[in-house]
Design a binder for this molecule. Structure first.
Ligand code: NDP
Length: 389
């Protein structure tokens, strides 16, 4: 059966891995929409190669270059936010949500409203608006499949099980660039040092978010929102090899661990073929060569983001939107060398403390407008606080 698919964020790392899998079986897919941002050449090349119906750039100013790159190909060109939303409304069986940042939320919601299965890589959607995303899916009978490797691992460890028998969900973390540094040296960690990941080859922002564990904090909140598991059942474990992506512990004491290579095509492929398991072009692990798995407890003094994630899960409401906004600003001002490495956590915590207790943000309705407002307030307060650190 030929499946109609769209890929949002097609020019990015996850998008390109998704297109790699689609391109290996061209007769199995009809590509409807591919979207990108600044990388017009890549977007046009892929849209032509995969015979997409439409290619959309989020940047309106890039419509003319996109039209030029697609001239004579038969692929429609479109640009801007409304074009992205229109593309998300086109009926398809499966949509990859791999736009980076808060811009990924709305196209995902539109796809769910039109009943498409949403393969969700965009972390911000669940962190900032988990309740809205999950209720939109329920209301429209649409399905969300996780793509982040940890959530795909939990999802796979839950197959055939009753969620009410789950005692704990353990999300593993590599520990990031500074896991072996003495604590007292962390304050001097530079942007260049924080931008090198021990296991994964990723962009600068997510690599720094791994060193602080703000990335892991986002994943804990995603776990809570997606699987509806309470914060007290979600644990974080440092596992430097990053081969076990997550474990699910059941009330009979059994632990189901998901082990897989460092290749996002595994989780993407699982979501693409779900509920089937298709052949995937990823490395087969050799346990004899790996030798041993190492685990360490989380040191909260090294990774204050983990404690903050639990705080956010317990507060609920729009706390996730404020948290995400504050951590984005903290990262911006760290990269521009206005604040030090450990001050990112101080800044985010300062925003949460100042904004959440009596702000009404916890009880506010989970609507797109309120998520945007919480994001705006979070960023504004974070910038104010950054200037005083
Ligand atoms: P990239 O930065 O590599 O790609 C982001 C994509 O979004 C690109 O197609 C980019 O276009 C597009 N884009 C950027 N800004 C906008 C905007 N304002 N509006 C619309 N499109 C935009 O990110 P990744 O592929 O690494 O990650 C995508 C999402 O998946 C993120 O939320 C990330 O946290 C999550 N994720 C990533 C993992 C990974 O291993 N990379 C693992 C798990 C989750 P262009 O490049 O053309 O400008």
């Amino acid at each position: 059966m030929v499946r109609r698919v769209s890929v949002f964020g097609a020019t990015g790392s996850i998008g390109q891995s998704t297109l790699d899998l689609i391109a290996r079986a061209p007769d199995s897919y009809e590509v409807v929409a591919l979207t990108g941002g600044q990388n017009i050449a890549q977007l046009a090349r892929d849209a032509i190669a995969l015979k997409a119906d439409v290619a959309v750039t989020a940047d309106e100013a890039l419509l003319a270059p996109l039209q030029e790159a697609l001239a004579g190909s038969g692929v429609e060109a479109a640009a801007g936010r409304s074009a992205l939303l229109e593309a998300a409304q086109r009926p398809v069986d499966w949509v990859m949500s791999a736009i980076v940042g808060a811009a990924g939320l709305e196209p995902g919601l539109e796809a769910l409203k039109h009943g498409s299965t949403l393969a969700l890589a965009n972390k911000e959607s669940l962190v900032t608006a988990g309740g809205l995303l999950m209720s939109t899916a329920r209301q429209h009978g649409a399905r969300i499949l996780p793509v982040d490797s940890e959530h795909s691992a939990v999802f796979q460890a839950l197959v055939g099980e009753d969620i009410s028998t789950v005692e704990r969900v353990i999300i593993t973390a590599s520990g990031g660039a500074f896991r072996d540094w003495p604590l007292e040296r962390l304050a001097e960690a530079t942007v260049a040092a924080a931008s090198t990941h021990p296991n994964w080859d990723m962009g600068q922002r997510i690599t720094i978010d791994s060193a602080t564990m703000f990335n892991k904090a986002m994943e804990l909140i995603e776990t809570h929102e997606f699987f509806d598991v309470s914060a007290d059942k979600i644990e974080t474990l440092v596992h430097p090899q990053s081969l076990i992506h997550a474990m699910v512990g059941y009330q009979d004491g059994a632990l189901m661990a998901h082990v897989g290579p460092h290749d996002m095509r595994h989780a993407i492929g699982y979501a693409l073929h779900w509920p089937a398991r298709a052949h995937l072009p990823v490395e087969r692990l050799d346990f004899a060569k790996i030798g041993q798995f190492e685990f360490r407890d989380i040191e909260h003094a090294r990774y204050p983001a983990i404690r903050m994630a639990h705080d956010v899960m317990e507060r609920g409401g729009l706390a996730g939107a404020v948290f995400n906004a504050a951590k984005e600003v903290a990262l911006d001002v760290f990269i521009s060398e206005q604040i030090g490495f450990m001050q990112m956590a101080v800044l985010v915590e300062g925003v949460l403390d100042r904004l959440l207790p009596d702000s009404g943000l916890i009880d506010a309705t989970m609507s797109l407008d309120n998520v945007r407002a919480a994001d705006h307030i979070g960023r504004t307060v974070a910038l104010e606080l950054a200037a005083t650190i």
